[in-house]
Design a protein around this ligand. Structure first.
Ligand code: PRP
Ligand code: URA
Length: 210
């Protein structure tokens, strides 16, 4: 598994504002979108392209275009939805599938409550969006879902990750093609399974408490 942790002052600056508990939802949503676009630059480094011949005003030249089948972007509801616009800004031709997952706050086990994905993901590159990688239960289940449908490789973009979650995914994926792109790797999980220092509950901060 490849793990890329962002190392850029603009990303750290935006994450600092995001972490601040005084940051209101509209600003939190805007920053989430901006951060994803910055992280997507790294996350799409391996996107498959094919040669494409065009005419410039001066001559003929061969560039590239994104290959078929098109990449699939999968936000994990609810909090991952806040990352979708920032991602498709960079990858406008991608298709979008949805997975709804919630973790039980007592057991920390994830459960899937919604799924809208193509039945066949053979040969697909998938980009999973979820702001928080805590225990890794939710992301791990999402990755299994995609590989079970035939996905070829999966790249996950998370704003924050905990070392415990990264280790859990590493153990689970066992040699399959997975890349993790993190805005930051935080210190640890607390006794309630929250990332420390973290930013709190990402879904609540984006959309309000439910
Ligand atoms: C949050 C977050 C991840 C999950 C991470 O979602 O968006 O999906 O928790 O925790 P884990 O790594 O321990 O599984 P949550 O279950 O709170 O649902 P929400 O997006 O609806 O707020
Ligand atoms: N989910 C969140 O939204 N935040 C955490 O810190 C952990 C899980």
């Amino acid at each position: 598994m490849r793990v890329h942790v962002a190392d850029h002052p603009l990303i750290t600056h935006k994450l600092t504002v995001l972490r601040d508990k005084r940051t209101p939802s509209p600003v939190f949503r805007q920053l989430t979108e901006e951060l994803v676009t910055l992280l997507a630059y790294e996350a799409t480094r391996g996107v498959r392209v094919e040669p494409y011949e065009i005419q410039t005003p001066v001559t003929t030249t061969t560039g590239v275009r994104i290959s078929e089948p098109r990449p699939l972007v999968v936000p994990i509801l609810r909090a991952g939805l806040g990352m979708l616009e920032g991602m498709v800004k960079l990858l406008p031709t991608a298709e979008v599938g949805f997975l709804g997952m919630v973790r039980n706050e007592e057991t920390l086990e994830p459960s899937t409550y919604a799924e809208r994905l193509p039945d066949d993901l053979s040969d697909r590159q998938c980009f999973v969006l979820d702001p928080m990688l805590a225990t890794g239960g939710s992301l791990g289940a999402a990755i299994e879902f995609l590989f079970a449908r035939g996905a070829q490789d999966v790249t996950a973009i998370c704003l924050l990750g905990a070392p415990e979650g990264v280790a859990a995914i590493e153990k689970q994926i066992a040699g399959r093609d997975v890349t993790l792109v993190l805005g930051a790797l935080d210190e640890r999980l607390n006794e309630k399974g929250y990332i420390v220092p973290g930013l709190g509950d990402a879904g609540d901060r984006l959309y309000g408490t439910v």
